[in-house]
Ligand binder design. Structure first.
Ligand SMILES: Cc1ncc(COP(=O)(O)O)c(C=O)c1O
Length: 375
């Protein structure tokens, strides 16, 4: 059997990783400023991460959600503590799309409505409802159609007001910082506007922090740069540092019922061990503070480089908009300078998502490489 050929791939075959670096099968070392698509939070092959997963595997790798799994409770407690959402509840699942899908179910179970307000350039995943909410008709097929989606521009204050005041919108789904959309951040004022309108109209405010969460922006969640508190938060990517694990964080006023949500693999012992290891390392090594500090250092080094039109984002979630398409430059960074970076739906925007452990030394290596390819 061959693989179903859906990924256009780069000609690199990484076989090992350590910290911010990965090594390919020929022995070439690459600097990882992409984090495997914002997934690598605590760095590749962190010893605590390896040990915690290995210890769990030696005890029990998996059993279903029909039995007591104390490590799920430990994870919920630690996550509540570090994110400052101690009184909320956690539903564990396997991917960002699944988290969004479940968040929308919780919202709909609560207010019995079905319309969803989403924003231009948003990416929320590829399962049916999540892909309908995503702004990309190329990945939407007839079986995914049928959801009642209202798409508005980010910062469309009037449009949001007009829709929500009809009092038939189930949820507003918004990314803390748009990732694939090219690192676009909703303003504090817009978030406050959404919060107030949702409150007034009993609409559920869902923050998709799948990419912008887990310390990446220099706060635990990107929305914590604003004053608002959402109703539901979805998490994935950096949560497991590569181990597939995701979650829906749910305000305590939403009531759970047996059978309302469910999954075979979600919250399994290994996934919880991986997610706990991530939080423990983030806390011990103060990675959120590091993301903030290193993000500022990185931006300082980038300001004024030729061709850069705009630098967007916070912490270690940075978008560099150039005055030319970046595809060739990204290839040069990879094949000539051995640096991984990310693209976005904006063809001129390079996305930087290094591990949160990155230091000035690695940033200097990146900036030197970037200068070479833009000179
Ligand atoms: C903001 C956001 N939401 C949801 C998803 C979907 O996550 P997954 O690919 O784990 O389903 C992604 C993935 O890139 C994302 O960036």
């Amino acid at each position: 059997m061959k693989l179903f050929d859906v990924y256009p791939i780069f000609d690199v075959e990484p076989v090992s990783g350590e910290g911010c670096y990965i090594k390919d099968h020929k022995g070439t070392t690459y600097l990882d400023f992409y984090g495997g698509h914002a997934v690598i939070s605590i760095g590749h092959s962190h010893p605590h991460y390896i040990n915690r997963i290995a210890e769990q595997l030696n005890q029990l790798g998996f059993y279903s959600n029909s039995i007591s799994i104390p490590i799920q409770k430990q994870l919920a407690e630690k996550l509540g503590e570090l994110s400052c959402y101690e009184t909320w509840n956690l539903f564990l699942c396997n991917s960002g799309a699944e988290a969004n899908e479940n968040a929308l179910k919780v919202a709909s179970a609560f207010n019995k409505r079905k319309k969803i307000v989403v924003f231009d350039k948003a990416f929320h995943g590829r399962t049916s409802l999540a892909v309908a909410a995503t702004d990309n008709p190329n990945i939407l097929f007839p079986v995914n159609e049928g959801a009642e989606i209202i798409r508005l521009a980010l910062e469309d204050f009037e449009g949001v007001k007009k829709e929500l005041e009809k009092e038939d919108i189930c949820a507003v789904l918004i990314e803390g910082v748009q990732g694939l959309g090219g690192i676009q951040t909703p303003s504090r004022k817009f978030m406050a506007h959404l919060r107030a309108l949702c409150e007034k109209t009993e609409t559920v405010l869902i923050l998709d922090e799948v990419q912008s969460g887990y310390g990446r922006t220099g706060m635990f969640f990107a929305h914590q740069h604003t004053e608002i508190i959402p109703d539901i938060i979805t998490i994935a990517k950096g949560m497991g540092n590569g181990f597939p694990v995701a979650g829906v964080m749910i305000h305590h006023r939403f009531k759970a019922a047996y059978g309302m949500l469910g999954t075979t693999f979600g919250g399994n012992h290994l996934a919880c061990a991986a997610a706990l290891a991530v939080l423990e390392v983030m806390e011990k090594e103060q990675l959120i503070q590091n993301a903030k500090k290193m993000g500022a250092y990185l931006v300082d080094q980038l300001v004024g480089l030729p061709g850069i039109k705009e630098i967007r984002g916070f912490g270690l979630m940075i978008g560099l908009e150039f005055d030319f398409p970046i595809a060739d430059m990204r290839k040069k960074l990879l094949y000539e300078e051995h640096v991984f970076t990310g693209s976005s739906s904006n063809k001129q925007t390079l996305r930087l998502l290094p591990p949160l452990t990155v230091g000035t030394e690695e940033i200097d290596v990146f900036v030197t490489a970037l200068k070479k390819v833009i000179s």
